[in-house]
Design a protein around this ligand. Structure first.
Ligand code: NAD
Length: 313
């Protein structure tokens, strides 16, 4: 078999920088109008990777002028306590976005609790209402990782309409919303999961393959259709190194384009979260009766009100 002449590397860093710049400009205009864009992270765990993620978001927010508050609850907080915090933050006019950090205390159902996040503040698309709205083609924030999948494809000019897309993974944070976003862009979408029979058969059919399974090496080059575009969402630590779900070396010999791990989808995820927060703050400021938002700022509200299933996310 012949190799494709070149395999395009779908890197996320440049796009992430552009998204952060756009978010920073929006935040600056909001601050000038007296609105301090603010993100609340609700944390009820001592988990080290959750703490690491929280610090990373706080640092990234700080760089673009977003105020990140951490609502630290007890590691054994009850569902009622977490729900009360989400409801309080949803009603707080000074908070524009809310993230419920995983994991939650044992026995506490995150999906059920996320229904307490006001949809207009659901910047990481955790409330099932957001997924429902996305599915119906209505404006809503997609989970940042799923939005990142679409953004990386768009920024590299990958045509989606009419093409066969296969998503491996059906989680609420990645697989399902990514599938819905691809469908909204007129791809023909198949969703595979842990109970799928003959994964190879489906993967071989994919012109666009999105993998979010959390299993290093699940997809190898021999499974791919020649010329496939591969987006590897997986983040796994193997021998102290970050690797995706796709065996990069064998896959790059068959794919026409592939995301590296690290450096592909990952960098876009946090940048998009900040962009979602800026847009949420903009939309909420604009919805205030008699909002003192200058017309220059108001002009950008158009982008805050665009259906979020398209382009910008
Ligand atoms: P998850 O465990 O919630 O879901 C995994 C999904 O993969 C499930 O739907 C399951 O059915 C499916 N699956 C598991 N084994 C499979 C198999 N052998 N064949 C087919 N399907 C299989 O995980 P998640 O939260 O969706 O995350 C998936 C991966 O993406 C993880 O590696 C995670 O670290 C990574 N992730 C990356 C980012 C990012 O910013 N890049 C963000 C979130 C998650």
């Amino acid at each position: 078999m012949t190799q494709p002449r070149t395999t395009q590397l779908l890197e996320g860093k440049k796009s992430a920088a552009a998204i952060r710049d756009e978010a920073a400009a929006m935040v600056q205009r909001l601050r000038a109008a007296g609105v301090v864009p603010s993100l609340a992270l609700v944390l009820a765990t001592a988990d080290e990777s959750a703490a690491w993620y929280t610090r990373a978001i706080a640092r990234a927010g700080d760089k673009v002028g977003i105020d990140v508050r951490v609502e630290r609850l007890a590691d054994d907080a009850s569902a009622a306590t977490v729900r009360a915090a989400l409801q309080r933050l949803s009603a707080d006019d000074t908070v524009h976005g809310i993230i419920l950090q995983m994991p939650l205390p044992p026995g506490v159902d995150g999906v059920e609790l996320a229904t307490a996040i006001a949809p207009e503040k659901d910047v990481d698309g955790a409330n099932p209402v957001s997924l429902g709205r996305l599915t119906a083609g209505l404006p809503a924030f997609a989970p940042a990782t799923a939005a990142a999948v679409l953004r990386i494809l768009d920024d590299h000019g990958v045509e989606l309409a009419g093409r066969r897309a296969v998503v491996v993974g059906r989680s609420l944070v990645v697989g399902k919303p990514a599938a819905m976003l691809l469908l909204a862009r007129d791809a023909t979408v198949t969703v595979c999961h842990s109970r799928t029979r003959d994964l190879k058969h489906h993967v071989k059919d994919a012109e666009i393959l999105v993998v979010a399974a959390g299993h290093p090496g699940l997809i190898t080059g021999s499974m791919l259709r020649r010329g496939a575009v591969v987006v590897d969402v997986g983040i796994n630590v193997v021998d102290d190194k970050l690797v995706g779900d796709v065996d990069f070396e064998s896959a790059r010999r068959v794919a026409s384009a592939i995301t590296p791990v690290p450096g592909g989808v990952g960098p876009l995820t946090n940048a998009l979260l900040l962009a979602h927060l800026a847009r949420a703050a903009q939309a909420q400021a604009d919805a205030e009766p008699g909002a003192a938002v200058p017309s220059r700022t108001r002009a950008s509200v158009g982008s805050a009100n665009q259906p979020l299933t398209r382009g910008a996310t």
